[in-house]
Write a new protein. Structure first.
Length: 384
């Protein structure tokens, strides 16, 4: 097991009694703490949702957790914007996947892992929305899994999800849960599994490929694209400062019926500091459909945090991205500033995991440069 100690001026680790304070680097007031995966993410790179593409593997089958009995059960539901349970999704519309773990005897905490795929072909569906800091979206073998970033105290988990483009067909959510006893071991825990299938609702006037935004020269730039349009009249961009109350900002006419789709963009010169935007579509009959929400805000130092943890002989960067999905550059240097590793990737909002090469040892400096130009650094030590 690789031992890791780290120092960073913008990250505070949650420690337990078993955490060991190793020392202090020459960085003002930055603690250096041995990190443990006992309170961290689910087992990195292990996929145990019970899905066919996971070889039907679960924690109960693999033995990674077990031996406990809290009388635990797990239920998954897909909810619409009014918190109504739905059995069919509308393409491009936002929903919430709700995971509930119940028990007859209260455990010390909970963990989970879930993935979405098409029924039959098992095609990966990565339309998860903005995650809270307690969850992260990790890619394993070309598939996306949402799981906890730390041991959870609540038995109910809510994850934003958007219906994929029209023609995708039925989607199945494979979900694993874990009720844990908090003994810093994999023994005495109770794993549970379930799955949920939802069908695709009737066709809409458009097939929306994406709706996203970025901040450019102090302005909010919103863009979206369709795969096809039929009887589509126009689009409305709505804006909110609190994420609750929205008002129309601009109306853009459809480019007309098309089987090839079209691309659109709008710039909000009135953007200041932070705002929420959502897209509405109106068809020829006056019916409307509301699509996903985009949150944009100017970055501050607290929006980004770096920590390092080890699991199963490997070392990982846990990067918290407090803003929207964006590209990053990861740089690793020695104490003399010589670059020894560089990696480009994209990160979602919330916690993101990035594996370090196995040959990196000793005291290093990890720097992450985000698309918006912010640099976040941490001095860490990795020992085999």
């Amino acid at each position: 097991m690789r031992k890791i100690f780290s120092a960073t001026c913008n990250f505070v680790a949650n420690t337990k009694k078993k955490s060991i304070i190793l020392g202090i680097f020459a960085v003002a007031f930055c603690s250096v703490i041995l990190l443990s995966n006992t309170t961290g993410p689910a087992k990195q790179r292990n996929t145990v949702t019970g899905a066919p593409f996971d070889n039907s593997q679960t924690c109960a089958k693999s033995g990674c957790h077990g031996g406990g009995n809290f009388g635990g059960t797990i239920v998954t539901q897909l909810l619409d914007a009014s918190n109504n349970i739905v059995t069919a999704y509308t393409p491009g519309v936002s929903y919430t996947l709700k995971i509930t773990m119940n028990s007859t005897t209260a455990p010390k905490g909970y963990g989970f892992q879930t993935a979405a795929a098409t029924v039959g072909t098992n095609t990966n569906i990565n339309t998860w929305g903005t995650l809270i800091a307690d969850y992260h979206n990790q890619a394993v073998s070309g598939r996306n899994y949402v799981e906890q970033s730390k041991r959870l105290s609540q038995n109910t988990i809510s994850i934003p999800w958007t219906g994929p483009f029209a023609g995708t067909g039925s989607v199945i959510f494979y979900t694993a849960g874990n009720l844990v006893n908090g003994n810093s071991s994999t023994t005495g825990d109770q794993p549970v599994n379930t799955n949920l299938t939802v069908s695709e609702a009737g066709a809409l006037p458009i097939k929306l490929l994406y709706f996203k935004g970025s901040i450019q020269s102090g302005k909010a730039v919103l863009s979206w694209a369709t795969a096809q349009e039929t009887s589509n009249k126009n689009f409305i961009i709505e804006k909110s400062l609190d994420g609750i109350n929205y008002t129309p900002l601009s109306t853009l006419a459809s480019k007309g019926n098309s089987t090839n789709g079209s691309a659109y963009s709008f710039t909000d010169a009135g953007f200041f500091s932070k705002a929420f935007y959502r897209l509405k579509q109106i068809d020829a009959d006056g019916n409307t459909t509301t699509y996903n929400i985009v949150e944009l805000k100017n970055a501050v130092a607290s929006d980004y945090k770096i920590s390092i943890y080890a699991h199963a002989g490997a070392s990982y960067i846990l990067f918290y991205n407090g803003l929207q999905q964006q590209k990053i550059n990861v740089q690793v240097a020695d104490l003399q500033g010589k670059k020894i590793y560089s990696y480009n990737t994209s990160v979602n909002q919330g916690d993101n995991q990035i594996q370090l090469p196995s040959n990196i040892r000793g005291i290093i400096i990890v720097t992450i440069i985000t698309e918006d130009g912010r640099r976040t650094s941490a001095k860490v030590g990795i020992m085999q």
